[in-house]
Design a protein around this ligand. Structure first.
Ligand code: PMP
Length: 440
């Protein structure tokens, strides 16, 4: 805490996803974090209701990660690619393969969720081309989806605000409907009805021809729109349709990965194995930027087979910071914490307490819907005069009341760390009740 907010020069840093003009008038700055708490430069304490941005599942400031990072920095701070690699990357890939659903055991690394998504798109294209189906260039995703902000992910985006200013995002993407409906309001867990919405994929196949479609991308639980839980049977039906038409199924598990649903991945929780899984955020507990793409063996086999006899990379793709050794060390330390502290089990055990607290907000005048599964929930706010403005206003009020949560449009996304105590979950709910009980 070396500088107070007033003294900061704020003209130079162009903040992401931020109304920079409003921020400069009314800055919200975090200077320190530990466990499930943040502190402002002035020393005000906030509970962290969203694990930062769904990253810090094991709580902030874990010394195990700090030590692993510092050790790795002194041992080997960077490795190049092009026929070079670091030992720690193989160790991490092996650990991830063991956590991933059976059959998904090849791992490609990036530095962000957005990179994982665009890498998955390119792997899907390369796979089809390798099998003589290079005409499969179209992607399918869903309304209200968020798949990061690189050009591929921007084209996949179903949150239209994320595409509005970037109409040059060129991938050919067709959107299915989202799965939320009015009659699901205040459903805890998976809605009973809505599996038939997966048939949108079948309709898209009829319209465009399945032979033009490379992959369908879904977040098993749509996160950034405000937590939309998949209806029972929906993901299995998508799997069945994708299989029938030779389309790859990709689960974007950037939020749901690493215990958020109680299982290592939502794929295991919902009993549906996709062909590719993207992950990031809690991979390093948020401490160091890193992402990964888990890929079925046969996808890699097909891409490798196409390069047989040629001395060239099988996939001409990668990033300077792919498999960064320091990020690998952070991820291994995070995975050790999850295993040694039993945090996925802790997530499952804490979920009923968390969801009770969230669904206890039901009768507040500002709350128009509640949704939740595992350790992630959405609080939908009754919209004000300007749709989408309520969330930011409430986020600010909650900040002042001592709670950090992520707002999105007119919704709040709650996703506390699995190490939160029951009483800390209760305190978060009390702060929410205080602010959402007010008229404004
Ligand atoms: N996919 C999903 C499902 C996400 O929730 C996010 C981030 N919120 C991303 C991709 C993009 O990740 P990043 O911000 O690390 O690029």
């Amino acid at each position: 805490m070396n500088m107070n907010t007033q003294a900061m020069a704020m003209d130079h840093h162009w903040l992401p996803f931020t109304n920079n003009r409003a921020f400069r008038q009314n800055p919200q700055v975090f200077a320190k974090a530990k466990g499930v708490r943040y502190w402002t430069p002035e020393g005000d304490e906030l509970l962290d209701g969203s694990s930062g941005l769904f990253c810090s599942a094991a709580g902030h400031g874990r010394p195990e990660i700090a030590e692993a990072v510092s050790r790795q920095l002194m041992e080997l701070d960077y490795t190049p690619h092009f026929q070079r690699a670091a030992p720690v990357s193989f160790e991490l890939a092996e650990r991830l393969a063991a956590l991933l659903p059976e059959g998904i055991d090849r791992v490609f690394f990036g530095a962000s969720g957005s990179e994982a998504v665009d890498s998955a798109m390119k792997i899907a294209l390369a796979y089809h081309r390798a099998r003589g189906q290079g005409q499969r260039t179209r992607f399918v995703s869903r309304a209200w989806a968020y798949h990061g902000v690189n050009l591929g992910g921007t084209a996949l985006a179903g949150m239209v605000g994320n595409r509005r200013d970037f109409s040059g995002a060129t991938c050919d993407v067709v959107h299915m409907r989202h799965t939320w409906s009015e009659d699901q309001r205040f459903t805890r867990g998976q809605p009973d009805d809505g599996a038939h919405l997966a048939d949108d994929l079948e309709e898209i196949c009829k319209t465009y021809g399945p032979e033009t479609i490379a992959a369908v991308f879904v977040e098993p639980i749509a996160g950034s729109i405000g937590t939309i839980v998949p209806p029972k049977g929906y993901l299995a039906r998508l799997r069945e349709i994708a299989d029938r038409h030779g389309i790859l199924l990709v689960f974007d598990e950037v939020i749901t990965g690493f215990g958020r649903t109680g299982s290592a991945f939502a794929a295991q929780e919902f009993g549906v194995t996709p062909d590719i899984i993207t992950m990031a955020k809690a991979l390093t507990n948020g401490a160091v930027p890193m992402s990964a793409v888990g890929v079925k063996t046969e996808i890699q086999d097909a891409v490798f087979a196409a390069a047989e006899g040629a001395d060239r990379p099988e996939l001409m793709h990668g990033y300077t910071y792919s498999a960064h050794p320091v990020a690998c060390a952070a991820a291994l330390a995070a995975l050790n914490i999850y295993r040694d502290d039993g945090l996925f089990e802790r997530s499952r055990a804490l979920s009923p307490v968390f969801l009770d607290a969230v669904f206890g907000l039901r009768n507040l005048p500002q709350v128009s819907d509640l949704r939740g599964y595992g350790m992630v929930a959405g609080v939908q706010l009754a919209p004000g005069d300007q749709p989408g403005a309520k969330g930011m206003a409430v986020q600010r009020r909650l900040f002042d009341a001592g709670l950090h949560v992520k707002a999105t449009g007119d919704a709040l996304i709650l996703a506390p760390a699995f190490v939160a105590s029951e009483s800390e979950i209760g305190q978060m709910a009390d702060i929410l009740r205080g602010v959402l009980g007010q008229a404004f």
